[in-house]
Design a protein around this ligand. Sequence first.
Ligand code: HEM
Length: 431
Amino acid sequence: MNEEAATNLDEMAHDFLMVSETYSGTGPANPYPMLAELREEEPVMDGDILARFGVPSQADYAGSGRPVMTVFRYPDVHAILRDSTNWKSYIMADGFGAAVDNLLLTGMDDEEHKKYRALLAPAFAMPVIARLQETMMRPIIQREYTDKLRPKGSADLVRELALPFPVRVVYALFGFPDDGDGDTVMKFASWALRILSGPQIDPAKLAVTGPAAMDAGQQLFDHVLPIVRARRASGDEREDLISFMQNVELEGQRFTDEEITGFVRMLLLAAAETTSRSFANLLIMLFENPEAMEKVRADRSLINKAITESMRLDPVATNLARIAAQDMEVCGVTVPKGTAVTLSIGAANRDPSTYERPNDFWLERPMRPLLSFGFGPHICMGMHIARMEMAVALDLLLDFPNLRLDPAHPHPVIRGMHMRGADAVHAIWDA
Ligand code: HEM
């Protein structure tokens, strides 16, 4: 790695920690016992579980003082996510919408959401992404990451793998030019992370992170736009997202380069660190469950199950939010119109009424609809990308002989009330 790339990786690791700090607040590192108690005793709680611990919440990012309730049970969270008629998403754009000119699919509702989603979805469909898994994802992850790691015999797998590979993969998926050592990629990732660190409850912190987020949004835009323009000027048609967006039409009109740049920026926010955190969490759960690790190593067709189960047990999007379009009843409690709800995906994913042995990492678990990519009309558009790139990275890593946690370092901890993840996962193997 050249010097600039190393500096950019340091910066990206720093920005990643900033996001973890922002969404940890004063909450316990392991919130699950508390969430279990609340799910049992107050399944629809008055107040916002995130705000209670000083964590910026999508339910009221702007701190407007709107009423908020928190919903903990699986059946209620599932029903709310499916019902976009009565539960709206526009509040999801309150926090960092401004930094991306409010072009956020998650924050759109009704016809606007349907229109944009229908337009973009074909590029994210399972068969399209499945084709890219072997032709694009595997070569990049192997050549640029695991082949370089293997002779080293030890590494912090967050810093050296989980952090950089997802942004590198989406960068290729967009069709950005290959910069060899991935240093531009990390700069892009840092800007995206700074946007995510923008919302803060503490006004003193906000005074710093708010302008930094706006600046990062602008920097991303200014750096992506020339790439999009150059592609248009070249007339090159390729099987990537920029070409796709340059060709689709909305109501008879093609997207402008500025609009495409806006979409790309939105996707950079959604795509990278969610996958980094999920991948590191998956590794930790496999290290902590050596029997499951051995089963997956021996039978790689179980990788997909391992991904699903790790995302259930510790979801990165630990909470989502919606707002009631009319008076609603949830689990016998009235949620008045205009009240926002924080949906505790973390609590729902361990609801014993839905999941047997909810606190165990259990590969043979019977299938239930997974809420960790959301559910219903806003379900994660990039979930096939995320799953497939994580599957490739895990497959390659499982070939490292005698892969295990490094006893010279503290046991990794997944922490945070929201955006849960680990700061480091130090591992060793026989080089
Ligand atoms: C493991 C990694 C990921 C996780 C945990 C994750 C999680 C989520 C969740 C929970 C939502 C739903 C938000 C809501 O209902 O309000 C969502 C939406 C979205 N995600 Fe992901 N995501 C991941 C990776 C990706 C990737 C790789 C991309 C793109 C390349 C992506 C693009 C999107 C987009 C565009 C939406 C908005 C969809 C809509 O509102 O219609 N995500 N994601």
